[in-house]
Design a protein around this ligand. Structure first.
Ligand SMILES: Cc1cc2nc3c(=O)[nH]c(=O)nc-3n(C[C@H](O)[C@H](O)[C@H](O)COP(=O)(O)OP(=O)(O)OC[C@H]3O[C@@H](n4cnc5c(N)ncnc54)[C@H](O)[C@@H]3O)c2cc1C
Length: 471
């Protein structure tokens, strides 16, 4: 018996392990192991995981697989499953995250010669350990990293336009699977139902999103990617996080576009940032928990729980920050520009440790992955690789006025600000009494007073972070 072990690769296209299993299996078994510890602080992703499992099970059924869904620690469950089903060959795809690589090692060591193991390609363009500087050390600056990584990828691969397979599925209505999902994966409180209004998980949808974005939206990416009120970015991130589509597929689609311009380049550089995050995570695994730049270990963070809660709930009194946090709560996603503004606000204006923010994003984002999230937070905080300098403090008022000029984004997520004149939409506390009365707006009743004064918070942050730099 042969087994395809599904990890984070819910797809048919560009899936090494599945391809091999299909070639060599007579009786086809597939297994997904739900490790609740791993999902303990990833509440939003439990919803996406459930949806993608249901869809993938139908696809696997059409390919002749029987899917088993089990709960527990992957290593223990695999050991038992291999024994119970007399498995002779195991197929899976690699995940380049330190703990997953450790698990791979443990599995190969345990099974040793008793089991043939096929470990297929990960959902990265290449193995993060294959890209190094001339002196053999890892990169810590994005531009040289990506220049090097992209050349190495192009030199070592023949990149053809992806020919998407026709993904058939059988509507199995598998009660065992749906009961498992309902009883074991999904939270009892159905707060995640609202995600259904925004997202449609699964490989078919991922391919559709890619094609639509590449064919219609990419030509304005450089400009539109910073405007949170419009569909300016691909929104592929949750699909990528669950391996419904790979960076390789995205890259090959990009590479085979004949007339490329700066917009295409900008977009593919973002895929490069993802590669860079994984490069850093694999070479400096400590970054998952600690500052890459260790002088930040001495920084004295604020322990203000009230302000932290207000940030989480989108009640800071700064409209662009609050709109972002509400978009995150409602949709499980936040626009990249706004991720930078909200995270900078937490770390610089409130001087609350980035780890608090990282953990909240981890729990709330549908697209969470360790590499991107940790690197995003360390970049904004200034303690990561190639990070923003300590004096870069996003001004939530100016950022709002620049990237949400007419307040469309803010008004969408904070309806109580609908009637505020555009010129004050990012600083509603400046509204005069006469206008406020005319439009029936009361700052404290309809919204919030700012929890910190921007100028004071900025100056205090500058002083605190500067001190750290000179230590
Ligand atoms: C504090 C903070 C936390 C973040 N946490 C995550 C996270 O957990 N998961 C995640 O996927 N991204 C994270 N990002 C990066 C980025 O915000 C998202 O990848 C992006 O908003 C996803 O939307 P999109 O698919 O429309 O992006 P597009 O602009 O369409 O980009 C395409 C793809 O490129 C990759 N990408 C884009 N921007 C970045 C970036 N800055 N760093 C690394 N890869 C990038 C993503 O895979 C994305 O799907 C974080 C950024 C910040 C500032």
């Amino acid at each position: 018996m042969n087994l395809y072990w599904i990890r984070s690769d819910f797809r048919v296209n560009n899936n090494d392990a599945l391809e091999q299993a299909l070639k060599n299996s007579e009786k086809k078994l597939a297994l997904y192991i739900y490790n609740s510890e791993k999902f303990q602080k990833r509440s939003a992703q439990k919803w996406w995981l459930s949806q993608t499992i249901i869809k993938y099970e139908r696809v696997l059924s059409a390919l002749g697989f029987t899917l088993h869904l089990l709960k527990g620690n992957e290593y223990e469950v695999l050991k038992k499953f291999v024994k119970d089903y007399n498995i002779r060959q195991l197929y899976y795809n690699k995940i380049f995250e330190p703990k997953e690589l450790e698990l791979d090692k443990k599995i190969s060591k345990y099974f040793n010669l008793n089991l043939k193991i096929f470990a297929g390609k990960s959902n990265l363009l290449q193995n993060p350990f294959d890209v190094k500087k001339n002196d053999g050390t890892p990169f810590q600056v994005f531009t040289p990293f990506w220049k090097n990584a992209e050349i190495s990828y192009l030199n070592n691969n023949n990149i053809e336009k992806p020919k998407f397979k026709n993904i058939k599925n059988i509507n199995t209505k598998n009660k065992k699977i749906s009961d498992f999902i309902e009883n074991t994966i999904l939270p009892k409180k159905k707060w995640h139902k609202k995600f259904e209004n925004t997202w449609n998980p699964g490989e078919n949808q991922a391919i559709e999103v890619l094609k639509k974005f590449m064919d219609q939206n990419i030509s304005n990416y450089s400009k539109n990617r910073d405007i949170p009120s419009i569909f300016g970015t691909s929104k592929l991130s949750p699909h990528i996080a669950f391996g419904e589509i790979t960076s390789e597929t995205i890259y090959s689609y990009f590479n085979n576009i004949k007339k490329k311009n700066i917009n295409h380049r900008k977009f593919i550089n973002e895929i490069g940032w993802r590669e860079f995050s994984y490069h850093l995570l694999n070479h400096f695994p400590q970054i998952e928990k600690r500052n890459l730049r260790t002088q930040f270990d001495k920084f004295i963070w604020s322990n203000d729980k009230v302000k932290l809660e207000k940030w989480k709930k989108g009640e800071t009194g700064y409209p662009i920050v609050d709109a972002g946090m509400r978009e995150l709560y409602e949709t499980g996603w936040m626009h990249n520009r706004v991720r930078m503004i909200t995270s900078s606000f937490l770390v610089k204006h409130l001087r609350i440790n980035w780890k608090e923010g990282e953990s909240f994003f981890r729990d709330s984002l549908l697209d969470f992955n360790i590499g991107n999230n940790v690197c995003g937070w360390q970049w904004v905080s200034g303690c990561g690789a190639d990070a923003a300098p300590y004096f870069r403090i996003f001004n939530p008022i100016l950022q709002g006025e620049k990237f949400d000029k007419d307040g469309l984004y803010v008004k969408k997520w904070i309806p109580s600000l609908q009637s505020i004149p555009n010129k004050l939409i990012h600083k509603p506390w400046e509204i005069d009494n006469v206008t406020a009365k005319k439009i029936g707006f009361d700052l404290e009743k309809d919204y919030y007073k700012p929890i910190v004064d921007h100028k004071i918070a900025r100056n205090e942050a500058l002083a605190a972070f500067k001190k750290l730099r000179s230590k």
